[in-house]
Write a protein that binds this ligand. Structure first.
Ligand code: PXP
Length: 247
């Protein structure tokens, strides 16, 4: 079955609104694990707008599943990753002014820097993934720089799904692009992950792509948690993935 990594950045977003310690990121992670999450994902942003360094260290201590750290390819945050040693990292592009990660990383034009960072991370025993757009050249560049995995950006797919519907020509086109990039990743023996903008309505079609290993999902789960509770929100997403994976 496709694994579910729950991104809990927005538990920290809420906590940072008051900076008084609640809601607890650690407690949220434990609830996600109890509800069947296969791992916890957090993004330690350069501006520390939500997740703080101490969250990453605490999660490393208490998680029984896996810790996946999303990070930019900067010296400072690579230093934190090498110290914390999460199970995996996902290298993402980062701009201070963006609301969330907007596009995939341009691996093709940054091969030298990325190769050196990836080699350090892998030597520390960390599985390295790169967040990229569904583009065949970017997939092959990931394999050239020594990444273990790719995470295909499903943000554009999720927007088109919402605006034009799942049976629209645009949505089918984007799904085809993701499917082709997935095939290329598997051909190059890369672990195949996907994420961004996935929700309870659009995740089904992505589940059907052959060879998917893991999804990283945050915003839709945390939003549903406000009304239904975090445990149910995670449980329902996991059930949905399970049902669609078996088709
Ligand atoms: N994967 C990556 C690489 C991301 O940057 C994010 C957003 O932090 C996610 C997955 C989760 O996206 P969403 O919150 O839209 O589910």
């Amino acid at each position: 079955m496709i694994k579910l990594g729950v991104n809990i950045d927005h538990i920290a977003t809420l906590r940072q609104a008051r900076r008084e310690g609640a809601p607890s990121v650690v407690e949220a992670a434990l609830v996600c694990e109890k509800a069947g999450a296969d791992g916890i994902t957090v993004h330690l942003r350069e501006d520390r707008r939500h997740i703080q360094d101490y969250d990453v260290y605490s999660l490393r201590e208490i998680l029984k599943t896996k810790l996946n750290l999303e990070m930019a390819a900067t010296e400072e945050v690579v230093g934190v990753a090498l110290d914390v040693k999460p199970d995996s990292v996902c290298i993402v592009p980062e701009k201070r002014e963006e609301l969330t990660t907007e596009g995939g990383l341009d691996v093709k034009n940054n091969k030298e820097t990325l190769s050196s960072i990836i080699s350090k991370l892998k030597k520390a025993g960390i599985v390295v993934s790169i967040f990229i757009d569904a583009d065949l050249e970017q997939v092959s560049a990931c394999s050239e720089v020594g990444a273990d995995a790719v995470e295909l950006h499903t943000g554009k797919y999720s927007l088109i799904f919402k605006e034009s519907g799942s049976s629209s020509r645009e949505c089918k086109g984007e799904l085809k692009r993701i499917t082709e990039a997935s095939k290329e990743a598997l051909k190059r023996k890369l672990i195949l992950n996907a994420g961004h903008g996935l929700d309870y309505e659009n995740v089904g079609q992505i589940c059907k792509i052959h060879g998917m290993n893991e999804f990283n999902i945050g915003f839709s789960i945390i939003s549903k948690a406000i009304f239904d509770g975090l445990q149910k929100a995670v449980f329902d997403m996991r059930k949905l993935i399970q049902q669609n994976s078996n088709l």
